[in-house]
Structure formats: C-alpha cells, structure tokens
Design a protein around this ligand. Structure first.
Ligand SMILES: [Zn+2]
Length: 98
C-alpha cells in the first residue's frame, strides 16, 4: 500500500474531518489530557493548538503550547484506526488533491 504523505491542515479543515464524537474527544483532550514535559504532568489549563497535521496513517497530530508554562507540547489522536474517519480523511485528501 502506498504511504500517504503527512499534510498540515488548518482548524477549519480539522472541523470538517471530525464528527461529533471525535470533536468531543478532541476538545476534552486539548483541555484536560495533554502531557507537558515541562510541568511534568498534564497541562492543567489545557493547550493552545498552533499546528495540526494529518499523518501518514490518517491520525491527527497537534502541536501547541501549554497554557501554564508556554512549553511546547504535542499530542497524537489515533482517529485513523476508525474506519469511518480513515475513509473521510481519504476523501478529504482527494478533495484537496494531495
Ligand atoms: Zn506546562
């Protein structure tokens, strides 16, 4: 199988990709469940998302900053494991011709 390229997407494109359940999970994790290595624990105030990527496995990877210490943090959302998300992501890739 051909490896998909990792592409950077914007927040509007992310919103199109996530269904209601995905979005709830995403919002929860961003606010309560991203590990910050500087704080040595969960980013207590959540994070500011700066960059979003659709990975080669159709997972979502975000990079941002901890709202407490401003340290760089990242989180992978393994949405690509869900068949409906994976197919939605492929349709999205086709629609933007990458
Ligand atoms: Zn922190």
């Amino acid at each position: 199988m051909k490896r998909l390229p990792e592409i950077q997407i914007n927040l509007f494109q992310l919103a199109v990709l996530l269904d209601e359940e995905d979005k709830k999970f995403y919002d929860y994790v961003i606010a309560h469940n991203v590990y910050c290595s500087h704080c040595r624990g969960v980013a207590k105030e959540g994070i500011d998302v700066e960059e979003v990527y659709l990975t080669d496995l159709n997972d979502i990877r975000v990079q941002g900053r901890c709202k407490v210490c401003n340290g760089v943090v990242g989180r992978l959302f393994e949405y690509g494991e869900k068949k409906d998300f994976y197919e939605r992501a492929n349709r999205f890739r086709n629609s933007i011709k990458i």
